[in-house]
Design a protein around this ligand. Structure first.
Ligand code: ZN
Length: 123
């Protein structure tokens, strides 16, 4: 029977994922800085098509940044669960989450079948 992952594996998955997210976060920050610079030249956003595009890009980048930061927070929590030995247990069905699913998304707190059965917003 499969149990929870080896703590060393879990820590490695979390660390690798954190690196990847940090890399993406850095790219998003760079894009935000670029848009900020361009936007300074386009103050009349409502009537300016380019200003509108920049606003859209800004919102996209802001959204991506928030998502990356949320995932970093989740990864912190995942690392804390590794430390106390509760990592890799589905909080919905209480069964071990398949390792392949954890390797793909180390911050997940439910197994894929539970996640599919409980659409976001319900709970
Ligand atoms: Zn489950």
């Amino acid at each position: 029977m499969r149990g929870i992952p080896d703590p060393d594996d879990a820590r490695r998955w979390i660390a690798e994922r954190r690196d990847a997210v940090l890399e993406r976060l850095a790219e998003v920050e760079k894009r935000l800085a670029e848009v900020r610079t361009s936007r300074a030249d386009w103050t009349d956003e409502e009537h300016d098509p380019e200003g509108f595009t920049l606003t859209f890009e800004w919102q996209q980048a802001e959204g991506a940044r928030a998502a990356h930061q949320a995932e970093l927070d989740e990864l912190e929590l995942a690392a804390a669960r590794v430390a106390v030995g509760s990592y890799g247990i589905c909080r919905s069905c209480g069964l071990p989450i398949p390792h392949a699913q954890l390797e793909l998304r180390p911050a997940r707190t439910t197994c894929v079948s539970c996640a599919e059965n409980s659409p976001a917003g319900r709970r």
